[in-house]
Design a protein around this ligand. Sequence first.
Ligand SMILES: [Fe+2]
Ligand SMILES: [Fe+2]
Length: 137
Amino acid sequence: MKWNSSFAIGIEAIDNQHKKIFEHLLAIENSVAKRDPWHILHFFLAQLAEYMKFHLAVEEALLEVIRYPNRAEHCDSHQRLIDQMAELEDQLKNQASGGNLVGFFESWFIRHVLSGDRDYAAYIKEEFPTLLGKRAA
Ligand SMILES: [Fe+2]
Ligand SMILES: [Fe+2]
């Protein structure tokens, strides 16, 4: 699946990272569809995992800096995403075809972006509008 503007949370740097995650997911989907050998699929999965961990660390640092009230809960759901990503890799390793598995992971990720990430974005817009890069005239 490709990123589309309905997934935007309105913070450009974060939206760009989410787009990049969708690019990694698309590479995995294509690799599964082409029935690439495991070492190739594994390479794409490793790239997703690396980028995802970077993205989650950026968000967690941001939430820490702004003292976001729900940050513990948000970080817990990041941990669940990491666990699900590891599970996806395990399942793809053991199955000949895994297109739906990638789709499941994507829907988890989209749900996180549309609920958890949108919530902190709303908090930032409310409490720290200058963080969004909109300069005062
Ligand atoms: Fe995110
Ligand atoms: Fe998040």
